[in-house]
Design a protein around this ligand. Structure first.
Ligand SMILES: [Zn+2]
Length: 218
């Protein structure tokens, strides 16, 4: 597996997506993740073929505006520019939430792609159980980022918003055409500026889709 170390003088790509696995952690009221072999070379079948059964918001994924805004855009119609290009990883000190006061210290500019590395990255994905006290973006923080006209926000657990305030947090972002990437694993990257590649599956009209996401240091 590649690391953040330089190879042949060029920074390597780092995988910041979470492996999809049978039985992995998921949002409490979303479908269970089932990945099973329906044909298997080991059992004498001609090929190995898996069945996937999972919610659209499983693991590393992108939320589409239609996830929380009636009649809005689906995941297949998101602008590639939201998910490809320069991104900034910000390390969040607050162990409970991403709040306006801390955001103000990062001079966030219009059009930026911002990925939040929080305490989630070091604890969230090691647990098979859902962690209700994950670090989330506050509603005020979401409104602040929408006003700053950021292009994209990413978070290192299953939702950008808390269990209690997830709806207004998502609405503030998706209603302002801010793209949301959730379920990132930023444990192996530091704060800084990177190239981001994140491509969600082209699910027609989808409210969200699993994605592969990678970063390369600039
Ligand atoms: Zn979401």
């Amino acid at each position: 597996m590649e690391t953040a170390a330089e190879t042949n003088g060029a920074p390597a790509w780092v995988d910041i997506s979470v492996p999809l696995r049978d039985g992995m952690v998921h949002w409490p009221d979303n479908p269970e993740v089932r990945i099973t072999r329906v044909q298997d070379l080991e059992r004498g079948d001609d090929a190995t073929v898996s069945s996937l059964s999972l919610g659209a918001h499983t693991g590393t994924h992108v939320d589409a505006p239609v996830h929380f805004v009636k009649g809005a855009t689906g995941v297949d119609a998101l602008a590639f520019d939201s998910l490809l290009g320069v991104a900034r990883v910000l390390e969040i000190r607050d162990a409970r939430a991403i709040r306006v006061a801390e955001l103000k210290g990062h001079a966030i500019q219009p059009g930026e792609r911002i990925l939040f590395k929080t305490a989630n990255s070091s604890r969230g994905w090691a647990s098979k159980a859902f962690l209700p006290d994950f670090v989330y973006l506050s509603v005020e923080g979401a409104r602040y980022l929408a006003e700053r006209k950021v292009r994209t926000v990413g978070i290192d657990y299953l939702s950008i918003g808390s269990a209690e305030e997830g709806v207004p947090t998502h609405q503030a972002l998706l209603g302002a055409d801010v793209c949301i990437i959730e379920g990132l694993d930023l444990s192996s990257v530091e704060a800084g500026t990177y190239d981001l590649v994140c491509l969600p599956l082209r699910i027609a009209g989808g409210d969200g889709a699993p994605a592969r996401a990678i970063l390369r240091r600039r």
